[in-house]
Design a protein around this ligand. Structure first.
Ligand SMILES: Nc1ncnc2c1ncn2[C@@H]1O[C@H](COP(=O)(O)OP(=O)(O)OP(=O)(O)O)[C@@H](O)[C@H]1O
Ligand SMILES: [Mg+2]
Length: 363
């Protein structure tokens, strides 16, 4: 069992800066958890505290059945992959893979077996005698992964391992990491600022901001039930539209009114919003849940500002009484031009309401 448990973990740098705040997080045995958030939110610091590369200021970190608070990194039985692959440039791929095992005084015969195994998993067979500079970025990153796997650690820690790669290679490596997970299931913590990477790789996604966890859930949970406006805006692309609205009780039920828009409150949100009648809320609606193709009643009229043709979909930026609203996933064969007037429609029950003071989800 190699569960990782963080209990009220804090990190202060000096006397003034509180980089990680009361982080409580349990990563189950063989679970793959992704920490995601904007630059400076404390992702790497959290990971480095798990690795032992950074002291914790207070709290407790447990890996497996040991509290590791003061245990040096080499005794924590974890392997870490960084953005820069940190391979030994003067050694062959084989020797890079063997390095950690030789340090542990593993017999050469066993090392050979272990390397044979990862070589097969990662398809490194033809590269073992090359030096890192004779490999592409993607191949080097694969060797760095291999170096972790041969050690057969209790946990893998990844800090933005794909961010040096070009877009296409990133996608490939993402698939490779998924494949690897199926073959070598190991407790993993993966740090990224890229929400697509987080959503595609994580069993669970942990969204951080200013050193605090904002939400921890499956990719679908953070997408469809974001805990606050920050998470709602961070997850999903193009980003969620936010409107300042007022809830009113009308004959047919609750309605959210924003300048130029009248949006009936879907059944699933009604109960939470009853007590908000005549109050202001922030209404969130994802671009993919809006359309200009008539469904039933339009919520209002918009003027098209920008049209983005992406081939597979059309994304338009519109203006409703000065407020920008994005609509995505539109039929790319539609003929729409800037300046055109369109009617907006909501195509999903998935509207989101946030408290304007706290910005947390109203539920
Ligand atoms: N050694 C240090 N001394 C002082 N402040 C630090 C130190 N290391 C990190 N910080 C600060 O702590 C905060 C969190 O840093 P961290 O590296 O964890 O961010 P991050 O979420 O990994 O960001 P990025 O996506 O840019 O890598 C930042 O504001 C950073 O400036
Ligand atoms: Mg970082």
């Amino acid at each position: 069992m190699s569960e990782i448990v963080l209990s009220r973990v804090n990190k202060h740098y000096g006397t003034t800066f509180h980089a990680v705040k009361d982080v409580d997080l349990t990563i189950s045995d063989k679970e793959f958890v992704v920490l995601v958030g904007p630059s400076g939110c404390g992702k790497s610091t959290t990971l480095r505290m798990i690795a032992g590369l950074e002291d914790i200021s207070s709290g407790e970190i447990r890996i497996g059945d040991r509290v590791v608070n003061t245990l040096p990194p080499r005794d924590r039985d974890i392997a870490m992959v960084f953005q820069n692959y940190a391979l030994y440039q003067h050694m062959t791929v084989y020797d890079n893979l063997a390095f950690g095992l030789r340090n542990k005084k593993m017999p050469e015969e066993k090392i050979k077996q272990a390397i044979g195994h990862v070589t097969e998993i990662l398809g490194l067979g033809t590269m073992l005698q090359r030096k890192p500079r004779q490999l592409s970025g993607g191949q080097q990153q694969r060797v760095a992964l291999g170096r972790c796997i041969v050690r057969n650690p209790q946990a893998f820690l990844f800090d933005e391992p794909l961010s040096n790669l070009d877009a296409k290679l990133r996608t490939q490596m993402r698939v490779e990491i998924k494949r690897l997970r199926a073959r070598v299931p190991t407790t993993s913590v993966f740090v990224t600022h890229d929400q697509v990477e987080a959503m595609t790789l994580g069993d669970r996604v942990v969204v951080m901001r200013d050193g605090s966890i904002q939400q921890c859930g499956t990719p679908l949970q953070v997408y469809s039930e974001p805990s606050n406006k920050f998470v709602a805006g961070f997850i999903g692309a193009p980003a969620m539209n936010f409107l300042s609205a007022e809830i009113r009780m009308e004959e047919g039920g609750l309605v959210a009114h924003a300048p130029g828009l009248r949006i009936p409150v879907p059944a699933r949100c009604r109960e939470a919003l009853f007590s908000r009648a005549d109050h202001k809320v922030i209404l969130g609606v994802r671009p993919e849940h809006l359309s200009i193709t008539p469904t039933d009643k339009p919520i209002g009229a918009a003027q098209v500002e920008v049209v983005e043709q992406l081939g597979a979909e059309l994304v338009i930026e519109t203006l409703v009484e000065g407020q920008a609203i994005t609509v995505s996933r539109m039929d790319p064969t539609l003929h729409i031009t800037a300046g055109q007037k369109v009617d907006l429609h909501v195509t999903s029950e998935q509207l989101h309401f946030f408290d304007p003071e706290t910005e947390w989800r109203i539920q």
